[in-house]
Design a protein around this ligand. Structure first.
Ligand code: ZN
Length: 637
């Protein structure tokens, strides 16, 4: 399937080519269902091609929904998403396809893995149920989709605010104060949107004002979403029950590295044990900082965590995030990321003249070891109607000989074309850039496999490991000094400053890890019991009493705006588990991060293998030993 992406698409183009691809996929599946085939050519190849066609439609619509400047294209993309969901469910629920796959005698490990992965997915989707059961699954799935959309919409639409006196902005940076002039009555309105909220929680000296804003933030979408969430959890439990599982958590964790709800629980307990000393040391420093203003205080509140952390970083470590900015100009960073990934992983990037959906998007052709292997696009600057966070999106999933990968980074970094003076980045943003680029390289490498369906690792809790792993490069002086040069003087970033970046990054790691353990326990507990009598806030407070490193606001109802709930559900632990794997991966780089031999082994043995083997087997083949927590323990020591 080829698509001319040089031409800007219209809503009709998107709808027509998506329908054409889905019709072609339907034809392939119908042929298998009619068919009597029991081999690669009769079953596996048409199945994988149908899957690739549907996945291509799905990821393109998913991307266009978030980035296309034309609202009509974004709406068309939403409709396409619904059509492709219907097709995927129809494919997963096809008993004839399931049986045809079961009848294939696999020639070799690749085919065996393909059959196993697809049949597992279909079984988990309910293909073995009777007609009435499958109908019920479909109805529950559709209801859950709608509940999820309602939950996210309620959250998106509920922006709250506090009105403050101008002097309550004490401690805020000058540009923030300038951007927030007093309104009628002389009060200043601070909202719960990130650009208002995050700096205020980090820098505002006025504790009651911070506490008020925090409470407003924690109560977004209350009460509506507490009810939506409760219904969502009940429907998930019902669905799990229908599919033969004790709980949704049990169902969801079955094909993860953690392996089961019990596996998640014991992993989180182990993490809490590993982090204990560090959490105690950091908590003491935070509390000492708090006592400078509130003598006799005995506990740090959730609404103070960010502020106290910043105070320790500024006053004890001597770290000011603004100091590093002149060394991190957007274009230099962009070039450095391409060069560094090129060197590490044998990639060559050459500029493509395509402008797929917006003139600011840069596209590069990518060769791996000199062989043309796909494209990447960088959609890096904010504009109206565009996705607000940073993420890697697929555009074309790859499969050897059939379709080259096209993968996209969507971020919101300063734009060198629109800012006055050089477009300087925060080091934190550069870390995000590296992180997301890790997903991109993973997508490129696994898009060269024979079977499209096996490109993605099966284990959901492995997905963040390759990108968290790549974050480490950007804290290494040997790496940074190659490109981080002062915009005024051209001097490379001093080693001392990089050491401070690392020290500032490391402070708070224990408390943040423990906070993630608390949140992961809530996410697990909410989905691991019969929810007949469920009281979401009771679970939240019980888990907080046992696991939270800080005091939670008794009047805060954060689960109502916890956007991980519809999708991640019981699997919030993913971040923690992936981090433990990422730390282990880095142990192979014994002679520094620029060890190209190890980088190529990592590329070929982990990234390039996608989901062709269980994730921990890939890690084991790369490390030449089984995965363990030793490196993670050092990281949290
Ligand atoms: Zn990520």
């Amino acid at each position: 399937m080829t698509t001319d992406i040089a031409r800007p698409i219209t809503p009709a183009d998107l709808t027509e080519r998506s329908r054409r691809a889905l019709a072609e996929a339907e034809e392939l599946i119908a042929r298998i269902e009619r068919g009597g085939g029991s081999d690669r050519a009769g079953v596996l190849e048409p199945y994988d091609q149908a899957w690739l066609l549907a996945a291509t439609v799905s990821v393109e619509a998913g991307l266009m929904k978030e980035v296309h400047p034309d609202t009509a294209v974004r709406f068309a993309a939403e409709d396409v998403s619904r059509e492709v969901t219907r097709f995927s469910t129809r494919m997963q629920h096809s008993r004839a396809l399931y049986d045809a796959l079961g009848g294939v005698a696999p020639a070799g490990d690749g085919e065996r893995r393909l059959v196993q992965v697809v049949r597992d997915e279909m079984r988990r989707a309910g293909v073995e149920l009777d007609e009435a059961g499958r109908t019920r699954v479909l109805a529950l799935r559709q209801e859950l989709t709608d509940l999820g959309l309602t939950f996210q919409r309620n959250h998106r639409d509920d922006v709250r605010a506090v009105d403050l006196r101008p002097e309550q902005l004490a401690g805020m940076p000058d540009d923030y104060v300038r951007d927030h002039p007093g309104g009628a009555g002389g009060t200043v309105r601070i909202t719960t949107d990130y650009p208002d909220y995050i700096p205020f929680m980090a820098y505002a000296d006025d504790e009651p004002a911070r506490h008020d804003l925090h409470r407003a933030f924690q109560n977004r979408a209350v009460p509506a979403n507490l009810e939506v969430l409760t219904t969502m959890i009940r429907r998930k439990h019902e669905l799990a029950d229908l599919l033969g599982y004790r709980s949704w958590a049990e169902y969801q964790t079955e094909d993860t590295i953690a392996g089961s709800a019990g596996g998640v629980r014991s992993f989180l307990r182990e993490v809490a044990g590993i982090a204990r000393d560090r959490v105690r040391r950091e908590s003491e420093r935070l509390l000492a900082k708090k006592r400078e203003r509130s003598p006799g205080a005995d506990r740090v509140g959730d609404w103070e965590l960010s502020y106290l952390q910043e105070r320790v970083k500024a006053e004890e470590i001597g770290f000011d995030a603004r100091d590093a900015r002149p060394y991190l100009e957007y274009r230099a960073v962009r070039q450095a990321i391409l060069d560094l990934n090129g060197e590490l992983f044998g990639l060559e990037f050459s500029r493509s003249r395509e402008t797929p959906w917006h003139p600011s998007v840069e596209t590069f052709e990518v060769a791996v070891d000199g062989e043309p292997s796909g494209r990447i696009s960088l959609d890096m600057h904010p504009r109206a109607g565009k996705y607000k966070h940073a993420a890697n999106f697929g555009y074309r999933p790859g499969a050897a000989g059939r379709q080259q990968t096209h993968s996209v980074l969507v971020c919101n970094f300063p734009d060198p074309h629109t800012v006055q003076g050089p477009a300087l980045m925060d080091h934190r943003e550069v870390v995000t850039y590296f992180h997301e680029f890790g997903h991109l390289v993973h997508a490129l490498m696994r898009g060269r496999l024979r079977w499209a369906r096996l490109a993605r690792p099966v284990e959901f809790d492995f997905i963040e490991a390759p990108s968290q792993f790549l974050e480490q490069w950007i804290f290494d002086h040997a790496v940074l000094r190659r490109f981080a040069k002062h915009v005024g003087t051209g001097e490379p970033i001093p080693e001392r400053m990089v050491a401070k970046l690392r020290e500032a990054r490391d402070f708070g790691r224990g408390v943040q890890t423990q906070r993630a353990v608390f949140m992961s326990m809530v996410s697990l507990e909410l989905h691991d019991h019969d929810p007949k009598e469920l009281d979401v806030m009771q679970v939240w407070h019980e888990m907080a009493a046992e696991w939270s490193p800080v005091e939670m606001d008794p009047e805060g109802r954060f689960p109502a705006s916890w956007t991980h709930m519809p999708g991640y559900a019981a699997a919030y632990f993913t971040y923690t588990l992936s981090r433990a794997v990422a730390e282990d991966l880095s142990t192979a780089f014994t002679s520094g991060l620029m060890d190209l031999t190890q980088a190529r082994r990592y590329r070929d043995l982990v990234l390039g293998q996608g989901g062709t083997k269980p994730a921990l087997r890939l890690v084991e083949e790369f490390l030449r030993r089984p995965h363990d927590l030793a490196a993670y323990k050092r990281w949290l020591a």
